[in-house]
Design a protein around this ligand. Structure first.
Ligand code: SF4
Length: 71
């Protein structure tokens, strides 16, 4: 999976960064950004949790179906 934070929606609460600091970080503007690239498998549950708990619904799973892993 790949996580993406919509900068137009994010309000910078930092809930996602608390749930999964390995993937989400607050940038200089005070909003969250997700690490680029695939979310490491061990953090996928935490990212799903962050997606559910974000009050602004600002986080999306933007996994590209064309690059689906075969494993
Ligand atoms: S929980 Fe949602 S609104 Fe809050 S910082 Fe994370 S992405 Fe932004």
């Amino acid at each position: 999976m790949k996580a993406w934070v919509d900068p137009d929606r994010c309000a910078g609460h930092g809930i996602c960064t608390t749930i999964c600091p390995e993937v989400f970080a607050i940038n200089d503007d005070g909003y969250s950004e997700a690490a680029a690239g695939d979310v490491p498998e061990q953090f996928e549950d935490a990212v799903r949790d962050a997606i559910k708990q974000c009050p602004e619904h600002a986080i999306d799973d933007v996994t590209d179906d064309s690059s689906t892993e075969e494993s």
